[in-house]
Design a protein. Structure first.
Length: 365
């Protein structure tokens, strides 16, 4: 055909001439059901290449695990897939089926391109974070070198930020946040993440405690409260009351959760690069500072054969002084025993302690 450009009709005929009878019928069905010629051309041109080149994604691997060893019909497989797709992927699947795409092609497409709700949420969150960071950098460039008042900076923030952040800013103003506090929050919130890629000890501790579970922001905050001192918990509650989002509060304490932790700050000094103490000396100093529960964990790790480095690393993340242990324990008891409902008898309180805290309750009591 030389350099002659084919129109859509000619491309359709050329593609049909290369297809087997079943695929030819599938092509005709797609056109009958409303697919445009360009859509049909793109589908059949890409079909074979996609089959060879792409691997299963997270959704595809999930379906593979669910169907391992089972013999399902194509319709049964489609029904199964629908149960694990996010809304956007599900809508696209319904559209493709309605337009007459061959069912095996639909299955193959979503095994490689479909998304679970969790994956879609992660990707949206990442995209949102990128947009916020981009906006923050843009605002920094607009403000730097200009002698602007707080009111002028606030006006620039409102013009540049997205609807979600703009609504949050208005809420924070209504709830009593100062203009300066709001400016510092939105100007530094996303840029500060790039200043240090190294995770804080508190962040590492929280990741260990979450253990890969997909927790809600509310659950993460509750988990944090069990690890923070009373002043930090009060600060957390104040930030939420002032209109900071849960996501913002989580980010803040991931970076600053150990700021008031005297044990961690003191241990950082003695384990720093300039320290000439031996590992045994460091462990002795740690033990003298630790509370009952942390000492017990340290002794368990020594007995189980952990190295000095492993024990020091664990205690730097999870170790607590007696004051910290007592404070956290008291707060947990207050939440546990003084919740909503009728007052508990002494026996009911003891039973609840045993049920929820076991050996820890016994040792602390």
């Amino acid at each position: 055909m030389g350099d002659k450009t084919l129109d859509a009709e000619q491309m359709i005929e050329l593609i049909k001439s290369e297809l087997d009878p079943t695929s030819q019928m599938q092509l005709d069905e797609m056109l009958r059901c409303g697919c445009s010629k360009d859509e049909v051309i793109q589908h059949f041109m890409n079909r074979e290449r996609n089959k060879k080149g792409q691997k299963r994604n997270e959704f595809g691997r999930k379906i593979y695990e669910l169907t391992k060893g089972k013999k399902l019909t194509k319709k049964e497989l489609i029904c199964l897939m629908k149960n694990y797709l996010d809304e956007e992927s599900l809508a696209k699947m319904e559209e493709m089926l309605k337009k007459g795409y061959p069912i095996e092609d639909v299955i193959d497409f979503f095994l490689k391109n479909g998304k679970t709700p969790e994956q879609a949420l992660r990707e949206k969150t990442i995209q949102k974070e990128k947009q916020k960071k981009g906006t923050a950098k843009k605002i920094h460039k607009m403000i730097e070198g200009n002698n602007l008042s707080n009111e002028e900076i606030l006006a620039i923030l409102k013009l540049q930020m997205g609807d979600e952040d703009r609504q949050q800013l208005e809420v924070m103003l209504k709830k009593g946040c100062s203009t300066q506090e709001i400016i510092e929050h939105f100007m530094n919130r996303d840029v500060s993440d790039e200043e240090s890629n190294e995770k804080t000890l508190f962040e590492k501790k929280m990741e260990e405690l979450m253990d890969g579970k997909d927790l809600s922001d509310e659950q993460i905050l509750d988990l944090m409260k069990h690890e923070l001192d009373n002043d930090s918990v009060a600060q957390m509650e104040q930030m939420l009351q002032k209109g900071y989002t849960r996501e913002d509060v989580i980010k803040y304490f991931m970076k600053h959760g150990d700021d008031r932790n005297d044990f961690v700050n003191e241990m950082k000094k003695i384990t720093g690069g300039d320290s000439d103490l031996s590992k045994e000396q460091i462990l002795d100093i740690m033990k003298s500072k630790l509370g009952v529960m942390s000492q017990r964990k340290m002794e368990d790790m020594i007995r189980e054969g952990y190295s000095a480095d492993e024990i020091i690393k664990h205690l730097m993340t999870h170790g607590k002084t007696q004051e910290q242990e007592t404070s956290i324990f008291t707060r947990r008891m207050s939440i546990l025993l003084e919740g909503p409902g009728k007052p508990l008898t002494d026996k009911e309180k003891v039973d609840k302690l045993k049920e929820n805290l076991g050996k820890e309750a016994a040792s602390m009591l």
